[in-house]
Design a protein around this ligand. Sequence first.
Ligand SMILES: *Cc1c(COP(=O)(O)O)cnc(C)c1O
Length: 390
Amino acid sequence: MKRIYLDHSATTPVDPQVAELMMKYFVDYYGNPSSVHYYGREVRKALDEARTQVATLIGANPAEIAFTSGGTEADNLAIQGAAKAKLKKGNHLITSAIEHHAVLDTCKHLGKNGYELTILPVDEEGIISVDELKKAIRPETILVSIMHANNEVGSIQPIEEIGKITKQQDILFHVDAVQSLGKCSIDVKAMNIDLLTISSHKIYGPKGVGALYIRKGVRVSPLMFGGAQERKIRSGTENAPGIIGFGKACELAGQRMESERAHLTSLRDKLIDGIMSKIDNVKLNGPSGSKRLVNNVNVSINFIEGESLLLSLDMIGVAASSGSACTSGSLDPSHVLLAMGLSHEVAHGSLRLSLGMQNTDEDIDYVLEELPKIVDRLRAMSPLYTKTSC
Ligand SMILES: *Cc1c(COP(=O)(O)O)cnc(C)c1O
């Protein structure tokens, strides 16, 4: 069976060049990078190079990168670490309603443990209002955490504008850039970002490795204590093959960014236009044009359960994702779609197709051929559907 992977926002395959490089650091160069002998020194050199590759992609200095076990840990380190380090100054945090759970749940946890939390709403396109952010700022505000591009609907937030405000008001600014890395250009200096989360497995690197950019001079309290690695910010023997693979993935992402943006944008727009013209009673979730992440398609197909749609697609070899919180084993509709004002019913019928490097025009043709048939079949079984309703 033909198989088409359209779930790149969940994870990406490891690039063969990345896997090949990592292999060397599993079997040949296996030393502990803290060791002074040859085995250690060789790994230390490769880690230094990876740190430079990661820093280069986001406009940072290598000394400002702390490697972690992934995006989730980097989000936790940024928010918990900054909140703790800044507690003398204040206890108020600001985030948005559409953050990844690694940010939202960390903020909510702090909100129940001595901190004050403001969760900003978003508009129907999934974008926050900079005016509302300004109004939410108090003398005790210590941290603003707003994601760059949303993982479900692809909305891109006005990061530069927010960075100007937080800088002027001397508030720390954390950005979860896991989805935008390699797809949007990121310059932490120009954007006035203090803390930036990135993850390897969303950019064709290995799983279980990520990084937090910590602007020089910004203090974050560590979550873990031990061997004092990563300048004491993240103790624990480094995941050397993972970090080295992440570095290579960042280098490749930088080289490919321009051509990939063009490739993904063209596939995305073809897919969106095709779905909108071939299926009735369908709604595009998230913004269009330049405010949308280049690889994201998210639609609500009325009178259909997202889960049944996913199963039907899987049966014909198409891997996609729904807007339900399937990770938690429940079928709660997505907090992102609800925050954008969708009803539970419409949110339940949502489908996310996230494109990647290896997808082709033929993949899109196949989906546009098969998806309307599946929708017709499922709707034929739905008591709520009549062709004329809207
Ligand atoms: C995937 C993702 C994360 C979590 O990263 P992991 O490396 O899987 O822990 C955080 N934020 C966003 C926006 C993501 O898409």
